[in-house]
Design a protein around this ligand. Structure first.
Ligand code: UDP
Length: 327
């Protein structure tokens, strides 16, 4: 298939591009490089542009004539979305609506959409099934939920076919060690912990130690980025016109912030000092996926996502690329 990949220069998108190519697909990457890195686009052509640039998007889609779109491009930081919601509404909603509009105009009917566990809000049931109420507690989750609804409504009205993948916490690096996590301003737990191990930071802050969890810190379901990429390849095969599937992409296992730090200490051999800090606004206490639907519908299950393997994979990348793609 010919696949148009938005955000294919970003962390998850770039690993998915390589997985698509390995599966025999043809790929065109579209990225505005606001968060992504040109160096992360290894073996596919890149068009640099913004999804809100209608004429460029229209021209690119018509020329490339893809069979499907994978839509990764988005702003994706919970805390930033609380501080600067306008960026999220404008970037995530406007861009996605522009993309959907152009897809329909150009006769492209299949989409795999990057959604998030943040659309669930504070879960009433854990592990969280896909039909759990979606009541996001931060603007990031809300903007993703709006686009989930748009995809469902467009499927019903215009015959679009889609798979909505609700990511839990992506981490780790590509198996070949060439692609990894590099954000201009890092806020994610595992990279920060490893930056402490590299001596780039003095300590990691634990945001909240009074959550209603076993050790008082937040619990997350960490999924290896290569497992996530494989879920996208399966999702592409699943897409059919007029039908939308939403599936969680996680492991079904939760790990607390303290457990992550402990595991990173064991993997790196570094003491990784941690200091307790207040809660970070917008963080739900626990996010753990129910994984049956992805297994049943997509034939997908995580295979390399135990916490130690994820941290080892990330550690290898961070040691080899202490300044990310700016080496
Ligand atoms: N976290 C933390 N210290 C940090 C970064 C994150 O305690 O320096 C916590 C954060 O509050 C959340 C969990 O680690 O409970 C995962 O956060 P991350 O930003 O990695 O992913 P998110 O769950 O927000 O997508």
């Amino acid at each position: 298939m010919k696949v148009f990949v938005t955000g294919g220069a970003g962390y998850i998108g770039s690993v998915c591009v390589q997985a698509l190519l390995r599966a025999g697909h043809d790929v065109l990457v579209f990225d505005n490089l606001s968060e992504g890195h040109r160096q992360a686009v290894l073996d596919a052509p890149l068009v640099t542009g913004d999804l809100r640039d209608h004429s460029l998007l229209d021209r690119t889609l018509r020329e490339y004539a893809p069979d499907a779109v994978m839509h990764f491009a988005a702003s994706a930081l919970v805390a930033e979305s609380v501080e600067n919601p306008r960026k999220y509404y404008e970037n995530n909603i406007e861009s996605s609506l522009s993309l959907l509009r152009t897809m329909l105009a150009c006769g492209v009917r299949r989409i795999v959409f990057s959604s998030t566990a943040a659309t669930y809000g504070v879960p009433e049931i854990v592990p969280i099934p896909e039909d759990h109420p979606q009541q996001p507690i931060n603007p990031y989750g809300f903007t993703k939920l709006v686009i989930e609804h748009a995809i469902r409504d467009y499927a019903r009205a215009y015959g679009l076919g889609g798979v909505i993948l609700r990511y839990f916490n992506a981490a780790g690096a590509s198996h070949d060690g060439r692609l990894g996590e590099h954000h201009h301003h890092e806020t994610h737990l595992i990279p920060i912990v490893l930056q402490v191990a590299l001596g780039q930071r003095e300590h990691v802050k634990i945001y909240g130690t009074d959550y209603p969890t076993e050790d008082g810190t937040c619990v997350r379901d960490f999924i290896h980025v290569e497992d996530l990429a494989e879920a996208h390849v399966r999702a592409l095969d699943y897409c059919r016109d007029g039908h939308v599937l939403a599936a969680n992409v996680g492991t079904g296992q939760g790990h607390s912030v303290r457990q992550v730090i402990e595991t990173a200490r064991a993997v790196t051999g570094h003491p990784i000092p941690a200091v307790e800090a207040p809660r970070r606004p917008g963080d739900p206490p626990v996010l753990v996926a129910a994984v049956e639907r992805a297994r049943r519908e997509l034939g997908w299950t995580a295979t390399c996502s135990d916490l130690r393997s994820i941290i080892q994979s990330a550690w290898q990348w961070h040691r080899a690329h202490p300044h990310g793609y700016e080496n």
